[in-house]
Design a protein around this ligand. Structure first.
Ligand code: ATP
Length: 325
């Protein structure tokens, strides 16, 4: 089992080791993983008569970056909400189960999920915008593994604890290039800096797995590279990363494994290239009238365009021949 420790490289920092680890995994929805950190069974969420999520089985491999993709409305955010305890499955009483590090999380509150080591980033809300960067970081510690800290306050050991937490906050702000902004209001940060703060804040609780909901949304190109390398560094230090992202170039660039959702269900899994050429995945995106660029620029090559033109011409010729006969 690999431990996520800042600064210590994991054996999965080696791309070859990651490829070898996942090479035996079947690229099918719900496939078994060599060492799953998260296992989900029979999670269904209905809103009125509509089923937003219906996941029969999913395993997330420890120590790698897994992307959760799918067209708009596929159920990705609802699924994140369910497994992190921010929503309850409609199937709670009919067999919904999920476990993290082998520990059952059914019926668990969001704070207990975070306490177990699975944290998600949150967009900065209005009230968080009105707080300083440093206060946001301190809240990260309180909101996540806060019980210990609150107990410490009452026991009078708060001072020592707070210093330790402050030290960690400074280290993370330094690492995410936000130290100079520590006394600024979070609301004054740029889109990319806010994403960095969301990530840094989530790390205050020393998670084993971090869940990122669209980490690149609203980030300018200059900071995109920095965010991507932060995510890769976390993985290289042993953390498990699960992220939702619409930008397929980003998905192809950093994912070790991709899980595809459509209409609430997992429809495919596998390495990015395999998944994005899977007809079921292309259908899911086209069926959702989604004009997402699947990030494969070769699809736009002259040869590909020529091939498409030839196919169209052949179909037309066939139709004309049928009409004449
Ligand atoms: N609280 C709610 N009440 C009713 N319907 C909801 C609610 N939350 C989500 N839905 C519906 O559930 C479906 C899945 O939504 P969800 O936001 O999880 O999809 P998504 O894959 O995250 O989409 P996007 O990529 O656009 O963010 C959608 O049809 C959405 O309208």
């Amino acid at each position: 089992m690999s431990e996520a420790t800042i600064g210590t490289p994991s054996k999965l920092a080696d791309p070859e080791a990651r490829r070898a680890l996942m090479s035996g995994v079947s690229p099918e929805a719900g496939s078994s993983k060599p060492d799953p950190i998260l296992e989900v069974d029979h999670i269904i969420r209905n809103f009125g008569g509509m089923t937003a999520v219906h996941v029969d089985h999913l395993e997330v491999q420890r120590g790698i970056i897994t992307a959760l993709i799918g067209p708009n409305g596929a159920g990705k955010t609802t699924f994140f909400n369910l497994i992190t305890g921010f929503d309850r499955p409609s199937s709670a009483k009919t067999g919904a189960h999920w476990s993290f590090e082998g520990k059952k999380l059914d019926k668990t509150s969001a704070s207990s999920v975070a306490l177990a080591g699975m944290v998600r980033t949150f967009q900065l809300t209005k009230s968080l915008n009105r707080m300083t960067v440093m206060d946001n970081m301190m809240l990260g510690a309180r909101g996540q593994r806060g019980e210990n800290l609150l107990t410490a306050m009452f026991k009078g050991t708060w001072g020592a604890q707070e210093k330790e937490v402050e030290k960690k906050a400074y280290e993370l702000l330094d690492r995410f290039k936000l130290y100079a902004k520590k006394d600024d209001y979070a609301g004054s940060l740029s889109g990319g800096q806010r994403k960095l703060l969301e990530m840094a804040r989530a790390l205050m609780s020393d998670p084993t797995m971090i869940m990122l909901d669209e980490p690149m949304a609203g980030v300018n190109p200059a900071l995109t590279q920095s965010l991507l390398s932060h995510i890769q560094t976390l993985r290289d230090e042993g953390m498990t990363v699960l992220f939702v992202e619409h930008d397929m170039h980003v998905v192809r660039h950093i994912s070790d494994w991709v899980v595809v959702m459509a209409e609430g269900r997992i429809v495919a899994e596998g390495p990015a290239d395999t998944v994005m050429s899977n007809p079921a995945v292309i259908d899911a995106y086209l069926g959702a009238h989604h004009d997402t660029d699947l990030g494969d620029d070769s699809l736009l090559s002259d040869e590909a365009l020529e091939e498409m033109a030839q196919e169209v011409a052949a179909e037309e010729a066939e139709r004309e021949a049928e009409e004449k006969s």
